[in-house]
Design a protein around this ligand. Structure first.
Ligand code: ADP
Ligand code: MG
Length: 225
């Protein structure tokens, strides 16, 4: 399996019970996985563990046979090749779209950076928006820029935390379709979390149902719902 997550246990320091209990999943390259669960079920915690913001007490995470974390190894978040889109998009408000996207591009000549910015803006169909500031964009456009920024360094895995939660209901279905198209086109492997089963049905190849930090079901959207 391209992504191999095995027997992950985790609890926050000040928490009595386990926040994540024996979480395991194998994910194929190019697969889109939804983690579906109620508020407090541990969805964001799973993403924090994969991106390296938290350390599991047990288990391991591998991407393409490379260990990100196990019982005696911890790879720093910035070296994991994991892209993240947060709930609130978290674009830097004082930076233009171009600067936002370039922010994650290290070890690149400035000319290469320009080219990459154009490529990802083309991918999200916002060519020519380099000079805009986040406040000059709609919610849906900001979200696509956040996605472009996450994809720019060519991560091996894309994580998205509740990517639709800030959108109006009528915008949501349009943005879902757009996002699905962009992710499929980029061929990236993706894990996103949501509390909305419509998101899972419309976007994911496979769904993980999470309750109180435990996987209760895993299967195709049809199997689960
Ligand atoms: P979700 O994203 O599904 O809403 P979270 O992963 O944020 O859930 O939280 C899972 C559980 O861990 C919840 O019970 C939450 O209260 C707890 N939790 C989250 N962050 C912290 C923290 N920094 N310290 C202690 N407990 C936390
Ligand atoms: Mg959350």
């Amino acid at each position: 399996m391209y992504i191999d997550i095995k027997n992950i246990d985790f609890n926050y320091k000040n928490s009595k019970e386990k926040n994540i209990d024996n979480f395991s999943v194998g994910i194929k390259k190019g697969e889109i996985i939804a983690i579906l669960g109620q508020s407090g079920s541990g969805k964001s915690t799973i993403l924090r563990l994969i991106s390296g913001l938290e350390t599991p007490s047990l288990g391991y995470i591998k991407v393409d046979d490379r260990v990100l974390v196990d019982k005696d190894y911890f790879l720093q978040p910035e070296k994991r090749g994991v892209g993240m889109v947060f709930q609130d998009y978290a674009l830097f408000p004082h930076m233009t779209v171009g600067q936002n996207i370039k922010f994650g591009l290290k070890n690149m000549q400035s000319k290469e950076k320009e080219i990459r910015v154009k490529e990802v803006l083309n991918l999200v169909e916002l060519e020519g928006y380099e000079k805009r500031y986040p406040h000059e964009l709609s919610g849906g456009q900001q979200q696509r820029i956040a996605l472009a920024r996450a994809l720019a360094p060519q991560p091996s895995l894309l994580l998205m935390d509740e990517p639709f939660s800030n959108l109006d209901a009528d915008l949501k279905s349009k943005i879902r379709k757009e996002l699905k198209k962009i992710i499929d086109k980029s061929g990236i492997t993706c894990i996103f979390v949501t509390h909305d089963k419509e998101d899972a049905i419309n976007i994911a190849h496979r769904v993980i149902l999470l309750e109180e930090g435990e996987i209760v079901k895993i299967g195709s959207p049809e199997d689960i719902l």
